[in-house]
Design a protein around this ligand. Structure first.
Ligand code: ATP
Length: 271
């Protein structure tokens, strides 16, 4: 029985050009993650301390995972992904073992990115409602120990993601840990157009479909919701006629009008 099941080493095939918007985040991550890993001597020479870790926060479905994967793809970095809730295991010691294993793998696979998704589940503030008492504290401590153990410029960078930056233990954000914090916003009009175009590249779309119209109809939607509109539209078209050559405007418009928006004002809080 092993906690290592949760540890995936992968080489993602996601590119920054697949991601609509987020230009600021992409640029900052290049500088903070790609440059130090690919040009450590320049950082040494000029006396710049690269960050050990970056926290991405923002509402669900807005490309935090996609961005982390694209960074790995474009930098030629190995990608080790874990989800907080999967590592947070009730068996005594299992979670700590899993965390050690993640970092061991990351060092062995350097240059690499450790992606800690839903880190709020792994590192809730001590004493908070979300904290799980002594178990939670031990898991947090082992995460801090591993992060502190990453030597400067040894080729491992931690990227963490959360929808709830407010519940994360502040100790994680100290210098030398997750010391860069980037907000990943919901897609704006232009970004939504880009997201629709990326999705259209994977499906047969009728000439009457207008990305401007769809982007306008999806104000307030996440990227994940734009992607699911495309899926829903295609399923509606199939329901009408399994032999349909493509998906038409009416299918997209209907799907866009009936999509449920998960992003509420409370979750767009920018820190
Ligand atoms: P969560 O907080 O729920 O884990 P997330 O912010 O990590 O979400 P992703 O998993 O990166 O979001 O995005 C989910 C899906 O939504 C992606 O696989 C992609 O299909 C689509 N998507 C979201 N944002 C974008 C975007 N900016 N450009 C293209 N596709 C997007």
């Amino acid at each position: 029985p092993s906690a290592m099941r949760e540890v995936f080493l992968e080489t993602p095939k996601v590119y920054f050009s697949d991601i609509g918007g987020q230009e600021h985040v992409k640029a900052k991550l290049r500088e903070a993650v790609e440059w130090p890993l690919l040009h450590p001597e320049a950082f040494k020479r000029l006396g710049v301390n690269p960050p050990r870790g970056v926290l991405l926060y923002g509402p669900p479905g807005c490309s935090k995972t996609l961005i982390a994967k694209a960074l790995a793809t474009e930098g030629g970095l190995n990608f080790i992904a874990v989800k907080g809730p999967e590592v947070f295991n009730k068996y005594v010691g299992e979670s700590e073992r899993a965390i050690r294993e993640v970092f061991r793998k990351a060092r062995a696979a350097a240059p690499s990115i450790v992606f800690l998704d839903e880190i709020d589940a792994l590192a809730p503030a001590r004493g908070s409602d979300e904290s799980s008492g002594p178990t939670g504290d031990r898991v947090l401590m082992s995460l801090l120990t591993e992060m502190d153990g990453i030597e400067e410029l040894n080729g491992v960078v931690v990227l963490a993601a959360t929808n709830r930056p407010d519940v994360i233990d502040p100790a994680l954000m100290r210098p030398g840990r997750l010391d860069r914090i980037l907000y990943v916003s919901p897609p704006d009009f232009e970004a939504r157009k880009h997201i629709f175009r990326v999705n259209f590249a994977k499906m047969a779309v009728n000439g009457d479909v207008d990305v401007d119209e769809l982007a306008a109809l999806t104000d307030g939607c996440s990227g994940a919701e734009c992607a699911s509109i495309c899926q829903d539209a295609a399923l509606t078209a199939m329901n009408e006629d399994m032999n349909t050559p493509n998906v038409r405007r009416e299918h997209f418009v209907e799907a866009a009008k009936s999509v449920r928006r998960r992003i509420t004002p409370e979750v767009i809080l920018e820190y």
